[in-house]
Design a protein around this ligand. Structure first.
Ligand code: ZN
Length: 145
């Protein structure tokens, strides 16, 4: 039987987006512990801003790259506010922009990994959060989906 009422991934995505006067599109759907949203795209779970970027550019984010926000709003999914970057670039820029006099999260992440080689991603995130640091990891890029 044809499932004519089945929505496309983009329609499901758009239904969860609130477009703000600032130009940001705020994700109102499911969230995970990282502060980003969670969205089941075409066949895998990803962050909604990554889905938005990939859908807009009709491309796939290459391994080792992340989709960054130019607007500092982690829940924003407006593709106009999204650019490709790397994890460390993102951490660096974020610390520069906030002007906080703290070590970048990636420096601390490296220090923790060196001290505790068996540390899991979740323990690492908890440790960073306990230090009051934001976590910039890109959750669920599909490897385990
Ligand atoms: Zn935005």
């Amino acid at each position: 039987m044809a499932t004519s009422e089945k929505k496309t991934a983009y329609e499901r995505f758009e239904a969860k987006v609130r477009k703000e006067a600032t130009g940001c599109w705020i994700w109102t759907g499911a969230k995970d512990g990282s502060g980003y949203g969670k969205f089941k795209g075409h066949d895998k779970v990803m962050t909604p801003h990554k889905f938005s970027y990939e859908d807009k550019t009709k491309s796939t984010v290459p391994k080792g790259k992340i989709v960054k926000h130019t607007c500092d709003e982690p829940l924003c999914v407006n593709p106009e506010h999204l650019v490709l970057g790397t994890y460390s670039e993102n951490a660096k820029e974020r610390w520069t922009r906030t002007g906080r006099n703290l070590q970048p999260a990636d420096v601390i992440t490296r220090a923790i990994r060196k001290a505790i080689p068996a540390v899991t991603e979740n323990q690492l995130i908890s440790a960073l959060q306990a230090l009051g640091l934001s976590v910039f990891t890109e959750p669920g890029d599909g490897d385990t989906a």
